[in-house]
Design a protein around this ligand. Structure first.
Ligand code: GDP
Length: 300
């Protein structure tokens, strides 16, 4: 919890220090106060939809005379955040004794490889047999990076040489899993943006082949988003949900960014569970997303 709290320090500074300043300077709740709050929230990247919902709630509470002092507005902010984030909280459940495939997608640099390493480590510690799958065959460096993680964590890596067909790598992986070599497959995919159309076609093909070889696969399409990129993360969510369908989100690099408010925006605009959050570069720095803990860490 302390680490999460420290990680969220800059987001807290941007979001709550402003809100505090605005509230402390006021004796009564008026339109000017709401206008200032609105401006501060928008600047903190929480998004227009969340902001207007919040202001509406505050206005209602004032009308119903439930709110009489500016200080109590912060409580409304806290509870509105909790309600919204709770809706997007649904930990990834991996059933026992069957093959479970996780297709990890996202733009290069968002933290895909690191997240795969962290996930492999967690699942291994839970007693699962895990394999990483190098289906980003476009960049040699991607395969090498994954190789390093697979050695560090101590799980096998299923790979082919650079430029081979990603679908063929995934086919190999499913065959290996069927023969009992792994239960959980964590599949890295390409995230090159400059050839977006090809990339999306490649993903669709991969999904098709997975489903053909193993009914129900991919069981999870996990989108990795970098919190430090704010608005870009929101755009990427749109691109990947439209093109490949996303069943879960990982929001990385929440430590050390002031743009952590973007989690509210993503939660509001996409009805997709936030499975994990990244709060550092180390193996243990991937947490299952817990809305209550997150909001408390932000407000402490
Ligand atoms: P990929 O290109 O998407 O596979 O990205 P990488 O996994 O190589 O990560 C890019 C950089 O982000 C690396 O330097 C990682 O150490 C770093 N990174 C990944 N996740 C986190 C996180 O949660 N917090 C921080 N601070 N850095 C992270």
């Amino acid at each position: 919890f302390d680490k999460l709290k420290r990680g969220l320090a800059k987001t807290r500074d941007l979001l709550l220090t402003d809100v505090d300043d605005i509230i402390l300077g006021k004796k009564e709740i008026d339109q000017e106060l709401f206008d200032e709050l609105e401006e501060a929230l928008i600047a903190a990247d929480v998004g227009p939809a969340f902001t207007s919902e919040l202001i509406e709630k505050m206005t209602d509470s004032v009308k119903r005379k439930e709110l009489d002092s500016p200080e109590r507005l912060k409580e409304v902010l806290r509870s509105t955040m909790k309600t919204l984030l709770k809706k997007n909280e649904a930990p990834l459940v991996i059933p026992e004794k069957q093959i479970f495939t996780i297709l990890v997608v996202g733009v290069n640099g968002t933290g895909k490889t690191t997240t795969i390493g962290k996930l492999a480590n967690q699942f291994k510690e839970e007693g699962r047999t895990v394999a990483m799958v190098a289906a980003d065959t476009f960049r040699a460096a991607a395969i090498e990076q994954l190789e390093i993680w697979s050695q560090r964590v101590g799980v096998p890596l299923i790979k082919q040489k650079q430029d081979s067909d990603p679908s063929a790598v995934v086919f190999d992986a499913i065959t290996a899993a069927k023969s009992g070599k792994a239960e959980v497959l964590i599949i890295d995919t390409a995230g090159r943006l400059h050839t977006q159309v090809n990339l999306m076609e490649e993903m669709k093909k991969m999904k098709r082949i997975m489903g053909r070889e193993l009914p129900g696969a991919p069981h999870e399409v996990l989108l990795v988003l970098d919190a430090t990129t704010g608005q870009n993360a929101v755009n990427q969510a749109k691109m990947f949900t439209d093109a490949v369908g996303v069943t879960g989100i990982v929001l990385t690099k929440l430590d050390g960014t002031s743009k952590g408010g973007v989690i509210l925006r993503i939660a509001q605009e996409y009805n997709i569970p936030i499975r994990y959050i990244g709060i550092g570069e180390g193996l243990d720095d991937l947490r299952e997303f817990n809305s209550e803990e997150f909001v408390e860490a932000l407000f402490e």
